[in-house]
Design a protein around this ligand. Structure first.
Ligand SMILES: [Cu+2]
Length: 287
């Protein structure tokens, strides 16, 4: 007769335990890998503007908080599943109406929501702050293009479906923007700036941001606004302040004024068209 002690029925043998533990660890790690989650950015861009970086840090904080809380909840579930799994007909000790515990799990989430809300308000206030600055850009969205004008100067950039316009701004100084729409709702979005605002007919949206690095960044319309919405691209070129001022001055010459006039004509043609036709050729002002 075999006298080897047998493990109790329903509990894994000693040799199976390490494998089960490895599977338990591997499962969430595999899910994390398959999700394509990048650390420490959590899929966001670091941003090339001062306020965009605040938004990025807020996103990181939210993601870390969510990971910690999610991990804690999963841990509790796994402990409950393993420790209190069915062992015959015995029901585990019930602990409902445990007042201190119920107070704790009501108050702790409320505190967490207030903390996250507080951090959000601080960052929102930074994003919507309007520092005094002499550098201004008026952005007008239309079906299907963008017009960037610079109040107090003759500088003007217009582009549409066949020609993506380039908005020029200086680095290291805050720039104030007003955003309007001529016809439908449009979305002004620059991914590298972590920034998006709606352009709504009859509404003047205002905001500011300060670019950190020079370079060229892609932007696009993010609000489905009609037939050629998918072609409403633009670029933002960040240059040094002397370069920016020299560029603005170019528009003070007769040639610059003529280019601006031609650019305005493009907007009139585009917005007066009732039946949309895809424009051809290269009109508009390029730098
Ligand atoms: Cu659009």
């Amino acid at each position: 007769m075999d006298s080897t002690p047998q493990p109790p029925q329903g509990s894994p043998s000693r040799s199976r335990r390490p494998r089960r533990l490895a599977a338990l660890i591997a499962l969430p790690l595999t899910a994390l890998l398959l999700s394509g989650c990048t650390v420490p950015s959590f899929g966001a861009k670091k941003s090339d503007t001062v306020t965009g970086r605040s938004t990025y840090q807020l996103w990181q904080g939210f993601s870390i908080a969510a990971a910690v809380i999610g991990g804690f909840v999963i841990l509790l579930i796994v402990i409950a599943v393993i420790r209190f799994r069915a062992k015959g007909a015995t029901i585990p000790r019930q602990s409902q109406y445990h007042l201190p515990l119920e107070i704790a799990y009501t108050i702790i989430p409320i505190v967490m929501v207030f903390v996250l809300f507080g951090y959000t308000v601080v960052v929102e206030n930074k994003v919507v702050a309007e520092p005094a600055t002499p550098y201004q850009v008026s952005i007008n969205a239309f079906q299907w293009g963008w017009k960037f004008s610079y109040p107090g100067t003759n500088a003007l950039i217009v582009g549409h479906t066949t020609q993506n316009p380039m908005m020029l701004i200086p680095v290291g100084v805050p720039v104030h923007y007003t955003l309007t729409s001529t016809d439908a709702n449009h979305g002004f979005y620059v991914r590298d700036f972590n920034f998006s605002r709606l352009a709504i007919p009859g509404i003047k949206n205002e905001f500011s941001f300060q670019a950190i690095d020079t370079g060229t960044f892609n932007g696009q319309c993010t609000e489905l606004c009609g037939l050629y919405h998918s072609l409403m691209y633009f670029r933002v070129k960040v240059v040094t302040l002397p370069e920016f001022l020299a560029w603005e001055k170019k528009f003070d010459t007769p040639a610059g004024a003529a280019a601006a006039q031609a650019a305005n004509l493009v907007v009139e043609q585009e917005t007066s068209s009732i039946i949309p036709t895809k424009p051809t050729g290269t009109t508009g002002t390029k730098i």
